[in-house]
Design a protein around this ligand. Structure first.
Ligand SMILES: [Zn+2]
Length: 127
């Protein structure tokens, strides 16, 4: 899961495609990922819950980002969230992404740890 977030951040589309379960790949995945990556600046990841049993697992996470505008400038609007439960299927020794369910944004308090991973409270960091 964290490795897929890193792949989004480092624009590693091949890794994202290779870690998607074959039954859940579509012919326009690469173009869709290209578009997502070009229009997103990822700021941080919070893993909220994860559960792995034999053969399948879920990870609930919240990824924080800003939109990148078509001119290449980063939007100054509020930080956005992708709050999702991702499902993974184990194939041989590898966990492959199968699908995700989007959830409403979480509320971060000023005293919560910042989404950027600094270890500081939000109010003293990126807020
Ligand atoms: Zn921060």
């Amino acid at each position: 899961m964290r490795s897929r977030y890193s792949a989004f951040k480092t624009q590693n589309i091949d890794y994202l495609l290779n870690t998607t379960h074959p039954n859940h790949r579509t012919s326009d995945d690469r173009a869709a990922l290209d578009k997502t990556i070009a229009s997103t600046l990822w700021l941080g990841l919070k893993v909220l819950h994860s559960e792995f049993n034999s053969g399948s697992g879920t990870v609930e996470f919240c990824a924080f980002y800003r939109d990148v505008l078509p001119a290449g400038k980063v939007s100054k609007a509020a930080v956005l969230q992708l709050h999702e439960v991702s499902r993974f299927i184990q194939v041989d020794e590898r966990w492959l992404y199968s699908q995700g369910q989007h959830l409403p944004a979480i509320k971060l308090g000023r005293n919560d740890l910042c989404y950027c991973g600094s270890g500081e409270k939000l109010k003293k960091c990126c807020a």
